[in-house]
Design a protein. Structure first.
Length: 303
């Protein structure tokens, strides 16, 4: 089988940038070229392949089934090519790109990365944080080698596999000394949620549906949050300076809870527990670096 002689690397890289950015305009800004140039490159690629790769019926470009399949294969091929060129220039050093969701970024991934370096000292570990949809898209494209965090819904796991490390709950946290911290009863004081500012996970966050399902279960699905974030730096500071209540994965605020600067309110809501683990691309052999990082993550969780 031979490649179409019209196909160039710019076709592949531009397609991957459009898929990640979600629009021609955003991809053009990212690449530093004109919008017509990006549109022309995409049309050329679709002509070469013989089918459209995006659903253009929506305002934002969305990959169709053909585009999703092409993204998976093209992203992996591009990553392999980049690694091959780097190996020729830097034969002694390897690299591992990890995506860390907020629940794993504060303690689990740093601990695992430190242990990993003791067995793979020649490997540069690059850690990226971001929303679930972005990190999984980059994993599918081959820009990341693995993603650590809560398991996404089935629709976002297409082409990916998941290895569970442990189960973690979502907690409602407040500052130490909050007027509600020592007097909350999950059944009798549910109405008190309406008396304090709420910080909820933003749309697209993995824990978002869990939190909103809990609020619906206690009759508070109509509450409007004051803020939306899963950022530790932002959420912690707002809690310290106000009487806000923040719904967040326990792992994000584990250190603050252990130190006592934040308090977790007992919600008795098993529906807000979920698996945390490692997402990988399906059907790809594990490199020595990936295998070593999985071992380090398992060690860091006590498995």
């Amino acid at each position: 089988m031979k490649l179409d002689p019209r196909l160039r690397l710019r076709h592949i890289s531009t397609f991957l940038d459009i898929a990640q950015a979600g629009s021609i305009v955003a991809a053009a800004d990212q690449l530093g070229v004109s919008q017509p140039a990006v549109s022309k490159t995409l049309r050329e690629l679709e002509d070469i392949i013989g089918q459209q790769l995006f659903d253009r019926s929506l305002r934002q470009l969305r990959l169709n089934k053909a585009g999703q399949a092409f993204q998976k294969l093209a992203g992996s091929a591009m990553t392999t090519l980049v690694r091959a060129t780097r190996q020729g220039a830097e034969p002694a050093q390897t690299r591992l790109a990890i995506g860390a969701l907020p629940t794993a970024a504060t303690q689990l991934v740093p601990r695992a990365a430190i242990r990993f370096r003791t067995v793979q000292p020649q490997c540069l570990v690059r850690v990226s944080t971001g929303p679930n949809w972005l990190l999984l898209s980059q994993l599918r494209e081959g820009r990341l080698d693995l993603v650590v965090g809560r398991m996404a819904e089935a629709a976002r796991m297409e082409g990916l596999s998941f290895r569970q490390l442990y189960t973690e709950d979502v907690v409602a946290v407040v500052r130490a000394g909050h007027p509600w911290a020592d007097h909350f009863d999950a059944d009798a004081d549910a109405d008190a949620l309406g008396r304090f500012p709420l910080i909820l996970p933003p749309p697209g966050a993995v824990i978002g549906p869990l939190v909103r399902a809990y609020l619906r279960s206690i009759g508070h699905d109509d509450l409007t949050p004051a803020f939306e974030t899963v950022s530790l730096a932002f959420g912690r500071q707002v809690l310290i300076e106000t009487d806000a209540i923040w719904f967040i994965s326990r792992g994000v605020v584990a250190q603050e809870l252990a130190q006592g600067s934040l308090r977790a309110i007992p919600l008795h809501a098993p529906m807000m527990a979920g698996p945390v683990g490692i997402s990988l691309r399906q059907n790809l052999p594990e490199s020595a670096e990936i295998a070593a990082m999985i071992d380090a993550l398992q060690f860091a969780t006590g498995q």
